[in-house]
Write a protein that binds this ligand. Structure first.
Ligand code: SF4
Ligand code: SF4
Length: 165
């Protein structure tokens, strides 16, 4: 199967779609009112939803293990177009996922923030105008101590308590 992430893929291209949507749409629309382009633009590209998690006594615990299809450098999915076919527990980020309890998206996730009455942070690409701000601000998985899930069986020994999860 062809991998979706091309070597010369430029994440900035996705945020350039902002010229096609209503200015500051995220301040004017609820999540359920957004069209597909707006919805996709909301994702900050942090990659943190692709960390493996455990549910322990009703709470979600993140681990520092990531889905084997996450590209650690770009923090993007290598098989985005085929992800649901290839990874049985890959979750679609839809309204239901955003509102699920216990919360399993990181607390910096743009969908979760907006749905809970918060504003987008200054490092969000829609605010900064550049896709790389999620990395330069340290809010993505880039340069963090994470490992691929491949070969990991003791996920409970990989639980992390980062402040931005
Ligand atoms: S956590 Fe939210 S904002 Fe970050 S990559 Fe996942 S869906 Fe996008
Ligand atoms: S398959 Fe799903 S969980 Fe894995 S990297 Fe892609 S989007 Fe993330």
């Amino acid at each position: 199967m062809t991998e979706w992430l091309e070597e010369d893929y430029n994440p900035q291209n996705r945020f350039d779609e902002i010229n096609k949507v209503e200015p500051e749409f995220w301040k004017k629309k609820k999540l359920e009112q957004m069209n597909k382009t707006e919805w996709e633009l909301l994702c900050d590209g942090c990659g943190k939803c692709c960390l493996n998690k455990l549910e322990i006594r009703g709470k979600i615990k993140f681990t520092n293990t990531h889905c084997r299809f996450l590209d650690k450098q770009t923090c993007l999915c290598k098989i985005y177009e085929y992800r649901f076919k290839k990874v049985h527990d890959c979750r679609d980020i839809n309204l239901e996922a955003v509102r699920e309890q216990p919360r399993w998206l990181p607390k910096t996730c743009a969908y979760w923030l907006l749905d809970n009455g918060y504003e987008l942070p200054e490092w969000h690409p829609l605010i900064s105008g550049t896709a790389s701000s999620v990395h330069s601000s340290g809010m993505s998985l880039q340069n963090r101590n994470i490992i691929s899930e491949s070969g990991v069986s003791d996920f409970e020994n990989h639980i992390i308590e980062w402040e931005d999860l």
